[in-house]
Design a protein around this ligand. Structure first.
Ligand SMILES: NC(=O)c1ccc[n+]([C@@H]2O[C@H](COP(=O)([O-])OP(=O)(O)OC[C@H]3O[C@@H](n4cnc5c(N)ncnc54)[C@H](OP(=O)(O)O)[C@@H]3O)[C@@H](O)[C@H]2O)c1
Length: 273
């Protein structure tokens, strides 16, 4: 789907808003982008970094009147206030995208009086370097065309999958929180390497490239992790000794518990909004 005929308005140009703008502008087929942020510093940044490529609107209402697709990229606690401000200017021909963590589609649909289709999206921080993973869930009025348009926009900052909204808490626990789990494991392995005498900068390179290479191998071969793990695990060798130590420390159980705890917390937070 081509984006060049689409007018996209981004409300909130903080981390995510600017990451999405950057990803969209990296491609020749790009929408006409409008943006607004209450923080003047962010509006100035957008004007500086994306000079001549993004129109900074005078306010949320003004922005909504210009565009067909509206992307809500403000913090979850501000979503209600923004929707209240723009609801009268919304029309059924528009599409509303929300990346606000934990805000259910029914809350957004109620706040917009069911006027327009809504798609809820859960991106993650690697979107900042166009390596994000975004899960998209359709609202009650979203059609195939709306989902394709939303997926096209988010494909510019990484990969996308479609899920039913009931799975958004699990998505949040896996790909939303997942970068933090990866950073923790990587940090631990760097410290372990330093303990064995490797200089920290060398340890960092070894560990980061090992994880990056392992992910590339998984992606390129399409193999299950188990198959690739078996390839480097010779009988009585070093790798099985290391793996056995990790199993003794309950590494699998730790990940099961981490994902379950994050999923439970996401459900709890969803009830609070
Ligand atoms: N960062 C992530 O990794 C991540 C991952 C998944 C989902 N998300 C979701 O993405 C959304 C944005 O996150 P972020 O990290 O980009 O937040 P952020 O950096 O704080 O950006 C949000 C921006 O919106 C501005 N804003 C506040 N009220 C506004 C209003 N009424 N109209 C227009 N702009 C307004 C904020 O200004 P002030 O600072 O002055 O309030 C801020 O500049 C959140 O809902 C979050 O749940 C983020």
């Amino acid at each position: 789907m081509e984006l060049s005929s689409v007018k996209l308005g981004i409300i909130g140009t903080g981390n995510m808003g600017q990451a999405i703008i950057k990803g969209l502008l990296a491609n020749e087929d790009r929408p006409e982008i409008y943006a607004y942020d209450v923080a003047e510093v962010n509006c100035r940044q957008v004007q500086k970094h994306f000079a001549g490529q993004v129109s900074v609107a005078g306010g949320n209402k003004e922005l909504v009147k210009e565009v067909e697709v509206i992307l809500l990229a403000v913090k979850p606690q501000v979503v209600g206030k923004v929707l209240e401000e723009i609801v009268d200017d919304l029309d059924p021909g528009q599409l509303l995208l929300s990346i606000a963590a934990g805000i259910p589609l029914k809350t957004i649909e109620a706040a917009t009086a069911g006027k327009l289709p809504v798609v809820r999206i859960m991106p993650n921080t690697p979107a900042l370097v166009q390596k994000g993973m975004s899960a998209l869930a359709p609202g009650s009025l979203a059609t195939r065309r709306h989902m394709d348009l939303a997926a096209e926009i988010f494909s510019r900052v990484g990969k996308t999958v479609e899920v039913n909204e009931t799975l958004m808490d699990a998505v949040t626990a896996v790909s939303g929180s997942g970068p933090a789990y990866a950073f923790l494991v990587i940090e631990a392995m760097i410290d372990a390497a330093v303990k064995q005498g490797l200089p920290r900068d060398v340890a960092r390179t070894l560990v980061v490239e090992t994880f990056s290479g392992a992910c590339a191998l998984l992606q390129d071969t399409g193999q299950q992790p188990m198959v690739l793990k078996d390839m480097v695990t010779s009988p009585g060798g070093t790798t099985i000794a290391g793996l056995a130590a990790l199993e003794e420390q309950g590494i699998r159980a730790a990940f099961f518990q981490a994902v379950e705890a994050a999923c439970d917390r996401s459900r709890e937070l969803g009830k609070m909004v």
